[in-house]
Design a protein around this ligand. Structure first.
Ligand code: ASP
Length: 313
């Protein structure tokens, strides 16, 4: 049987990291090793698939920006359009892996497998997890069962769906958790035709006891076109925020209620969303709701149509 051809796009992360000798091995720098070095460290990879690779970024994923998402999207779209490529693996830091994965989940076409992976231990760690994760990701990307699942992630050799996974722990190999099994995943490239040459600014505002309303005006003054409110409980809006939210709405800023709890935030259930003109996040956590709102705004959604663009709300 002919080998699959899997293309690897490298963006940095701990999987490409090296310990900082001055710290006695406690600290490390992400995104040091090249993709070719990482591939060479995985025995047996060439037996799983024909591999091609490109290094497009070398970042710690805490520093990834929406402009970087657009670069990754452009490279991923062009790789997937190449008939010689059967699937894609993206190497990425774990801190914001769920954000890049969900951004791509909404903006890539269905069909060929797309799998993100990374590592919790740097490449020069004696028990580095990166090589096994890379091998597992290439295997999954070459597997027919990964087709039409939307974007997937492999960590600790376990597959997850972009829609449902999140980084749940700061350390340890079992850092990622999903609310549903990856087998249930469906593709959701609802923005795959949107020409996203730029993404509008959308800020997340955390709700907590005594959270000040001034940050709302500051975000609008800084150019935000959307605000995701990461609120307490069932998306409860502090009374002190209402005047600033009304001003923001009058300025045309989209406002979306989300929760710092696991969700869901149900439309019109804990606030008069329709009367206020607010959107709601359902069970999307605030960083993913922000991505959906950015893409909906980039696709020129506004008012009522914006709600229709947003996932499972
Ligand atoms: N800070 C690192 C990053 O996200 C952590 C990791 O990759 O595990 O790039």
């Amino acid at each position: 049987m002919a080998h699959s051809r899997i293309h690897i796009i490298a963006t940095g992360g701990t999987i490409a990291g090296e310990a900082d000798p001055a710290s006695g091995g406690v600290r490390y720098t992400a995104g040091v090793r090249s993709v070719d070095t990482l591939i060479a460290a995985v025995p047996g990879l060439a037996e799983v698939a024909d591999i091609s690779a490109e290094q497009i970024l070398a970042l710690d994923s805490k520093d990834i920006t929406p402009a970087d998402w657009l670069l990754i999207l452009t490279c991923a779209r062009s790789s997937l359009a190449d008939p010689a490529i059967d699937g894609l693996v993206i190497l990425h830091g774990t801190d914001t892996m769920e954000e890049t994965a969900y951004f791509l989940h909404l903006s890539l076409p269905a069909g060929k497998p797309v799998v993100l992976t990374g590592a919790m231990r740097p490449a020069d760690h004696p028990q580095a997890d990166g090589p096994a994760n890379l091998l597992a990701a290439v295997r999954l990307a070459a597997d027919d069962t990964a087709q039409d699942k939307g974007v997937l992630v492999v960590m600790n050799q376990t597959p997850h769906a972009a829609r449902w996974l999140g980084k749940a722990r700061t350390t340890g190999l079992e850092a990622f958790e999903s609310s549903r099994p990856w087998h249930d995943a469906r593709p959701d490239g609802r923005f795959h035709e949107v020409d996203v040459s730029a993404l509008p600014r959308v800020n997340i505002l955390p709700g907590y006891a005594g959270a000040p309303a001034e940050l709302i005006d500051a975000c609008v003054a800084a150019g935000a076109r959307g605000l995701v409110l990461a609120l307490t409980g069932h998306g409860s809006v502090p009374a002190a925020w209402l005047p600033a939210l009304r001003r923001a709405k009058e300025d045309g800023v989209a406002i979306l209620r989300a929760s710092r709890c696991a969700g869901p935030v149900i439309h019109n259930a804990n606030a008069d969303d329709d009367a206020q003109g607010w959107l709601t996040a359902g069970d999307l956590p605030p960083p993913k709701a922000r991505i959906a709102l950015m893409l909906a705004l980039a696709g020129n959604g506004s008012g009522d149509t914006l709600h229709a663009h947003l996932p499972e709300l």
